[in-house]
Write a protein that binds this ligand. Structure first.
Ligand SMILES: N[C@@H](CCC[C@H](N)C(=O)O)C(=O)O
Length: 285
């Protein structure tokens, strides 16, 4: 089966982390290799424009299924901001009337709890699963049970950071002034660092109080984005492990704020908004 000549899409954003969303009933056919489509759709000059592509479809294991691709075509196991947008898309585009939706992702089944205002989705709380801190499972080439505030050598400088996986790998680095950071120069040094065999998403943070942290992110496969939901969860977990914050805090990203809680059941919950920007039809070239 061939892809149709024209695809209907919806552009959505979760605190500025923008993806192109496409509904495919069956996510495995006819799209055997979504990477070129992700690169084309994300292109801000020749495509729709976004940080990547999100495919939504039916699932045999949960209510629905999501696959997400970065703008370089690589597939991410999980995407926090996209999962909130998927909840809004499914409800407002009439795919479900449920406000508690299970979503199959490459990192497991997640639950989306929709909060409605005037029958529109105002915010979504996502069960983001349990954080993984063992370096071998993040994955990170380091021994031991955790990697908390330990030094790594980056371009000749010793930099301390904490490794956390939220279904995808993150490295959290505390700094004094993240605003002046030259991320396009600095980010790739972490993304392609030999310590991370599957590359890494890196969060640069300033701890403002025990309930508030400011962050910027360099995402593997997409570069600097305005926000990263799994990144915000990894930041909260890293801050708790370092005793910088309480187990519930607001994470301030360039595109907006998320409330993250590492609850007593061991699960990390993320709450934030989702917004539809526009829908359209694009001719595939
Ligand atoms: N922006 C996302 C994460 C997207 C995937 C990431 N770049 C990866 O490859 O692991 C989020 O909101 O979590």
């Amino acid at each position: 089966m061939r892809l149709p000549q024209k695809l209907t899409f919806t552009k959505m954003e979760g605190i500025g982390n923008d993806y192109v969303y496409v509904w495919f009933e069956d996510l495995d056919t006819p799209l055997t290799d979504p990477a070129p489509l992700a690169i084309f759709m994300s292109d801000r000059n020749y495509g729709v424009g976004g940080d990547g592509l999100v495919l939504i479809g039916k699932s045999k294991k949960a209510d629905f299924r999501m696959r997400m691709f970065n703008n370089d075509g690589s597939e991410g196991n999980m995407c926090g901001n996209a999962s909130r947008c998927v909840g809004k898309f499914l409800y407002e585009h009439g795919h479900t009337g449920k406000t508690n939706i299970t979503l199959e992702t490459k990192s497991g089944i997640r639950t989306l709890e929709l909060t409605l205002e005037n029958n529109k989705v105002a915010s979504v709380t996502v069960d983001m699963g349990r954080p993984i801190v063992k370096p071998a499972d993040i994955p990170m080439k380091a021994d031991g049970e955790t990697f908390i505030n330990q030094e790594i050598l980056v371009n000749g400088s010793c930099i301390k950071g904490t490794g956390v996986s939220m279904g995808n790998p993150h490295f959290v680095v505390t700094m004094h002034d993240i605003a002046s950071l030259d991320l396009p120069a600095f980010g790739p040094l972490f993304e392609y660092h030999e310590l991370f065999p599957e590359r890494v998403n890196t969060e640069f943070i300033e701890v403002l109080s025990r309930q508030k942290v400011r962050m910027r992110v360099w995402e593997r496969g997409s570069g600097e984005t305005l926000a990263c939901g799994t990144g915000a969860c990894a930041v909260l977990v890293a801050c708790v492990l370092n005793n910088y914050t309480d187990k519930k805090a607001t994470i301030e990203l360039r595109g907006g704020e998320l409330v993250i809680e590492w609850a007593e059941d061991g699960i990390v919950y993320m709450t934030g908004p989702a917004r539809e920007v526009f829908s359209g039809e694009i001719e595939l070239i």
